[in-house]
Ligand binder design. Structure first.
Ligand code: ATP
Ligand code: MG
Length: 633
């Protein structure tokens, strides 16, 4: 069946469509009712069905593929590669589950997991799923404050932490961060389980609280732990949004809907099936890591490749060497990562036999043309953008090569994914925007399976954050979009990245696109800064392709940017000031920290900066502000 027909069916006869998709997973007890839209927008999928994520990811494959690789965990930080078959995964997950039980963790208890991309992080997550505990993975790059905030919201019975992470060969001990977070938290976990890789042997244990995984693992031996069958709508995990726009929300996911949506997307979007290999470069701490490093590939009996390290260490060919070695079919990464590789020679890619690689998927932020073109030319494979959110858990806009590959339209993440009723709504009238007119991207509820069920212990926040923006009950993505006459949707940035210049509402993302259109620009961040006359004015921070100290060249580039904006968007969007810097402040996941930038530019407190990737970038900005803009005043 082609995309159009399948899509129509998915939104017009959702119950029939999803009943069929549900057959892709194992049910201990089949669903009694496919959809219960009991209290809009709250809904339940596969009501009465009993299943388990761990069973679907592990046990189910034991008979057919015990000796196939389930997980390959490669670390260029520790120089350890672990090749784990389904049989071994079963053993490790059972052992981990036995340890959790020994520590008194049971169904419905929360477990915070604070680990980098190492095999035990996957074991820990699956072990929680096995016994019905609710995991909440906190990205290892987050500092003590972020961890404490999440601990207080999730109130875990247990925190599982690695002894340390490592980045570019530099060991980052986690234990001091854990201790600090526990001291800051109002409800610290009674137990901390430390999984040590011997990176940080010096850290003393806290008496009565800290336990070592290795010790308990040895005690439980080959213990097997029965699967806890969960009703489809019980919570499986919490994942806090990355918080680039405010206080993080505990996105709550269900069990059955999550498994079914992942099984469907593995086949239709990512084109990966049993025995095939998927390499997602994400961290396990992000939504991509949950869906496409852990659950998705394992649910369909594929092999998941997990990578810890920089994409350029030992050299910029490492990812492609892994693709060659393990016969990766589908790779999933982010535009940021590709931009890092782009600074290196494309021969690092071309030197490898990538005959088994079929697709490169990129997501997480807008995919700009130079990046897309560069990687496409270097690989000679389709490069497929896709758009989604932590909240949705799987792609909202995409192309579905596993079903029916439509042409790529540059700049657009594609068409509505199966099950998503998408609209673009005019913000002021609340009516559907016309083709090629800008509006807010919304999902008409009920949200499809796999999307968040609520905000953890805060239904009100779920409603106020996502469903209160229009008269009609609609899920707001909080992203601007336009849809063209063919149904391709283009994302124009976040609705809270809007600035108001003399009564005109402008998306900073649009101005960034325009600035980036000037050839000398590598990357740009645009913010709105208070202005007595106009309310707000756009201010640009940009990096140049060819950094230069020569003031005349910098002024010329800045002037070029300003003129480009004026020409493409009009005088109203004309940047009041342009600062040229050597780096822009970003999170580890590559998202620009516009809030902090704006605060600095207005002389206010930049707020919590613990998600900041490179402290130098912030210093750069401070220096630029002191020095004054290249153009403007
Ligand atoms: P928070 O919601 O806490 O502020 P966040 O939105 O950065 O954090 P994520 O859920 O990881 O956290 O990011 C989703 C957002 O990333 C989308 O809403 C969109 O703004 C952006 N995004 C994701 N994929 C794409 C894409 N392919 N093209 C353009 N933007 C994208
Ligand atoms: Mg968001």
């Amino acid at each position: 069946m082609g995309y159009e027909a399948e899509y129509q069916r998915s939104v017009e006869q959702p119950e029939a469509f999803w009943a069929e998709q549900a057959k892709a997973i194992h049910w201990h007890k089949p669903p009694q009712k496919i959809l219960d839209y009991y209290d809009p927008p709250f809904r339940k999928w596969f009501v009465g069905g009993q299943t388990n994520l761990c069973y679907n990811a592990v046990d189910r494959h034991l008979a057919e593929r015990p000796d196939q690789l389930a997980l390959v965990a490669v670390s260029t930080e520790t120089d350890v590669t672990r090749e784990i078959t389904y049989r071994e995964l079963y053993r490790e997950v059972n052992a981990f589950a036995a340890v959790l039980k020994q520590l008194g963790v049971g169904r419905g208890d929360r477990v915070v997991v604070y680990m980098p991309n190492m095999a035990e992080a996957v074991f820990a997550v699956l072990a929680c799923a096995r016994i019905g505990a609710i995991h909440s993975v906190v990205f290892g790059g987050f500092a003590a404050h972020n961890l404490a905030v999440r601990i207080d919201d999730a109130q875990p019975k247990l925190l599982i932490a690695a002894d340390a992470g490592s980045r570019g060969g530099k060991v980052v001990p986690y234990k001091p961060l854990v201790d600090e977070a526990c001291a800051k938290a109002a409800t610290p976990p009674p137990k901390v389980l430390i999984v040590s890789r011997g990176l940080d042997p010096a850290e003393p244990r806290v008496e009565g609280r800290d336990v070592d995984y290795a010790t308990l693992r040895a005690e439980v031996g080959d213990a097997e732990v029965p699967v806890e069958w969960l009703e489809s709508n019980e919570p499986s995990y919490l994942l806090y949004t990355s918080g680039t726009t405010g206080r993080p929300k505990g996105v709550q996911r269900d069990v059955g809907g999550h498994a079914v949506a992942l099984a469907l997307s593995m086949r239709t979007v990512f084109d990966v099936g049993p025995g095939q290999v998927m390499f997602s470069t994400s961290d396990v701490g992000w939504a991509v890591g949950h869906s496409y490093n852990i659950y998705g590939p394992l649910i369909v009996g594929a092999t998941s490749l997990l990578y810890e390290g920089l994409p350029v260490n030992p050299d910029a060919g490492i990812w492609w060497a892994l693709c060659e070695k393990y016969g990766v079919r589908t790779m999933f990464s982010s535009p940021t990562a590709i931009r890092v590789l782009k600074k290196h020679d494309a021969s690092f890619i071309r030197d490898h036999d990538l005959s088994r690689l079929k697709w490169l998927f990129l997501a997480g932020e807008p995919l700009d043309e130079p990046t897309a073109t560069w990687i496409h030319d270097a690989l000679g494979k389709p490069v497929i953008d896709n758009y989604w959110q932590t909240e949705t858990g799987w792609p909202v806009l995409c192309l579905l090569p596993g079903l029916d590959l439509k042409p790529v339209k540059f700049g657009s993440p594609g068409l509505p994914n199966l099950g998503y009723k998408l609209r673009v709504i005019d913000e002021t009238t609340g009516l559907e925007a016309k083709a090629n007119e800008k509006g807010v991207l919304v999902i008409e509820p009920p949200l499809p399976p796999g999307c968040m069920t609520t905000v953890w212990r805060d239904d009100q926040r779920f409603l106020s954050s996502y469903f209160s923006h229009f008269k009609e009950l609609l899920y707001s993505s909080l992203d601007w979009a336009i849809r063209d006459e063919d149904g391709y949707t283009f994302i124009l940035g976040r609705t809270d990245d809007v600035i108001n210049v003399a009564g005109h509402r402008l998306g900073t993302r649009e101005i960034e696109e325009s600035v980036s259109g000037f050839p000398a620009v590598a990357e740009a961040a645009v913010i709105g800064v208070n202005d007595e006359l106009k309310g707000q004015v756009p201010v640009v921070f940009a990096t140049l392709r060819q950094a230069t100290d020569e003031q005349a060249a910098r002024v010329q580039a800045a002037d070029g940017m300003r003129k480009t904006v004026e020409r493409t968007l009009g005088a109203v969007a004309r940047p009041a000031r342009v600062y040229i810097v050597n780096a822009l402040p970003k999170t580890r996941s590559g998202k620009l920290l516009r809030r902090s930038l704006q605060a600095l530019a207005q002389g206010s407190d930049p707020g919590d900066l613990s998600t900041l990737d490179d402290p130098n970038a912030l210093e750069e900005v401070k220096r630029a502000l002191q020095r004054g803009p290249e153009v403007g005043s």
